[in-house]
Design a binder for this molecule. Sequence first.
Ligand code: GUN
Length: 294
Amino acid sequence: MAILIDGKKTSEQIKSEIASRVAEIKASGGKIPHLAAVLVGEDGASQTYVGAKVKACEQVGFQSTLVRLDADITEDALLHEVQRINDDADIDGLIVQLPLPKHISVEKVTAKIKPEKDVDGFTPANVGRMALNWPTYVSATPYGILELLKRYEIETSGKHCVVIGRSHIVGSPMSILMARNDYPGNCTVTITHSRTKDLAEIAKSADILIVALGRPEFVTAEMVKEGAVVIDVGIHRVADESKKSGFRLIGDVKFDEVASKASAITPVPGGVGPMTIASLLYNTLLAAERKIYP
Ligand code: GUN
């Protein structure tokens, strides 16, 4: 049976480290980190995520500002709002929750965020810095995965890392980060996607398998090498009448059968998910302390 990589516990540890740092800052009369989150429209999942981010800010002693805007806001008005926050000296970190309504260009809005405040690490400047292995805000999910690998002391050098999925938010940055000359990193990386031939065979050659495809229980035991480390980024609701909520959460990996083959695995829920908010808080602390852009 695999070691369970506990993202819930690790994220609580990180939050408590951040809270201690905030207490030190307060005691020395320094500036309290301040995160602004922009939420456009009424998307249920986005409301939940942003609510959790604001709550986590309170938990560690950060200041937070939630800017709620109507779904029919014009692109220009949203760009002005982003500029207003860019110019607000009290705000250290700024995130615009995605997805945005269809009439608004994600590229334009992302590019408008001041790189110094881009604690999501989504701007071209910060993605470029990440690719160059310069100091930057690594976006939440990739940073959370790196931190799990580090804190569970998983050897990565010389390993074959297979990434399933090429999204801008997870698969693509993960493939770059795992190949860089650093720890975690120094892997031989294969990035795979919907057009990949022989995906099962490639997955089976992975020492470290990172699955961010967005297909429920896509990875089965036959696709995993004995002793592999498996990181499951997927999260899906499936109906389950035995639960009070009427649903349960599953990942992109068929957990039970893969866990019996892997040497370490992240569960869903309680794996990568909780780490993302801890990562965002960490980046906001870096922003407040001017660690990336001195
Ligand atoms: N939507 C889904 N994940 C994210 C994230 O990490 N940041 C933002 N801003 N929006 C998201």
